[in-house]
Design a protein. Structure first.
Length: 248
């Protein structure tokens, strides 16, 4: 089976180097990694990983909602310049989060700018959304043709809107802790399903950091919840992942 980790922060690992993680993951069938940045402070690190592993790392540049308070004037122009410099790069991680920050005006302004940049540069968008679902009502019609809600663990009515807009849904190990996991996982059309680790964050039980090595197990758990053959599901998700990362 082959896998693509569609959301990982290789630059943030503490226990192992990114090089070691990539080497170990390749041996387990994880062939590519969408390496998401969270602020301008790590754009250079993400770019360096892509330059070192151009066949394995797909860079993504953006401002996580927890980082909007650190946004410096002109970040939009610098983001557009990065995307021009790296034609395979995605936009993100970006979005809305009321768990850590209740001041939504800066988040809304910066998320809206990411959407505009992704559409203008024709790049897929990585969306983080936590406890801010009502704010998304302002954005459904504005989202670019390719977007994903990463590490999805939300409500069913939001899932319906994501699918209706043609979006992708990515699951990490967090979905396995949801009491509604079977219903949620089964509701995603096969052609819109992605897998990720969000490493090193959101580790599975008993682990200090999430690892791409968990993807085969996650695939098996998702397959069981959907009542599908694990190998057939992994092949479908791998195809989805390759399609998602393409600029349109």
């Amino acid at each position: 089976m082959k896998f693509i980790d569609t959301h990982i922060h290789l630059q943030d690992y503490k226990s192992k180097s990114a090089t070691k993680i990539i080497e170990e993951s390749l041996a387990a069938g994880v062939e590519k990694f969408i390496c998401a940045s969270t602020s301008e402070n790590d754009w250079d690190s993400v770019a360096a990983l892509y330059e070192r592993f151009p066949d394995r790392v797909i860079p993504a540049f953006g401002l996580h909602p927890w980082s909007v308070c650190k946004a410096l004037p002109g970040w939009e122009q610098r983001l557009a310049a990065r995307l021009e410099q790296y034609p395979s790069a995605l936009v993100g991680e970006c979005g809305l989060d009321r768990y850590r920050d209740k001041n939504m005006q800066p988040q809304n302004e910066i998320f809206a700018a990411h959407i505009e940049i992704a559409a203008a540069c024709r790049r897929p968008l990585l969306i983080h959304a936590v406890k801010a679902w009502e704010w998304l009502e302002n954005y459904w019609a504005k989202l670019p043709p390719k977007f994903v809600f990463h590490s999805y663990n939300g409500r069913g009515e939001i899932l319906k809107k994501i699918i209706a807009r043609g979006g992708y849904v990515s699951f990490s190990s967090s979905i396995l802790k949801s009491p509604h996991r079977q219903e949620t996982v089964a509701a995603v059309p096969a052609e819109r399903l992605l897998l990720e680790t969000d490493g090193p964050y959101q580790p599975a039980e008993g682990l200090s950091e999430s690892s791409p090595l968990f993807l085969p197990r996650l695939n098996g758990e998702i397959a069981a919840l959907r009542g599908e053959n694990p190998e057939n599901l992994s092949a479908r998700i791998y195809k989805n992942s390759l399609e998602f990362i393409k600029p349109w």
